[in-house]
Design a protein around this ligand. Sequence first.
Ligand SMILES: [Zn+2]
Length: 277
Amino acid sequence: MLVSSKDYLEDARKNHYAFPHFNYWDSNSIRAEIKAAEELKLPVILAWAEKHSPEIGMEDALVLGKYFGSKAKVPVILHLDHGVTPELVKKGVDEGFTSVMIDASDKDFDTNVAITQEIVEYAHARGVVVEAEIGHVGTNSTEDDSKYTEVDAAKEFAQRTQVDSLAISIGTSHGVYKTGTPKLNFDRLAELRNALSIPLVLHGGSSSGNENLRKAAELGITKVNIYTDLAMASLHATQKKTFTTEPEMAAAQRKAIEDLSKHYYDVFETNKYVYQV
Ligand SMILES: [Zn+2]
């Protein structure tokens, strides 16, 4: 069944664990991610990112998400990840995502606030929750203190936008790390959690280190976005040549994605969530 993320992220915040957010890019990946959640009897956040439009457009992603999501035996949050085009995000709200992210984090503060406010107003009127981002989660791992989300700015942003959850920057990056496991700014995370009453989100979770991610969940991160690791696991499964037919290869890919998905549930201690049938 498709559900909103609101109660789940609030519960995670209160009880110091996180939900994994899995991007899907085809039917193979979404099936594997749902299977992992069903076997663990835990809710799942399935996300399509606007930047994946060249591989799978929003319409096709919605068909997959709504079909597999509504017949899943566990609650499914269908999330639009990194929506950078407001018109597309509104269309996503209209057409079935239960949660959307508006990402104007590359804009100046006031513009980010204005764009986020516009989406929050639109989405809330239609029962859909909104995630936004402040402090840019980059695509490389340079050491630069200015990239961490500032506490006062985050507070003001949350108050002005009334956003439901906030992606913050504490040292993770999207994609593959070039210099090993990143060093996360846990002090800043703790400050942000204390200053804000809404759930916090961590992007660029892939290969950020199990200990790092578990600690982040304990300290106030309620959702961790995972894409690169899943895509790499799927790719590596194709390189092992344990199959002789294409369907067998697809099954090996699903198994790899499923196993890694389960691993992340374990890292984030999502089983602290008490499943309500
Ligand atoms: Zn992201």
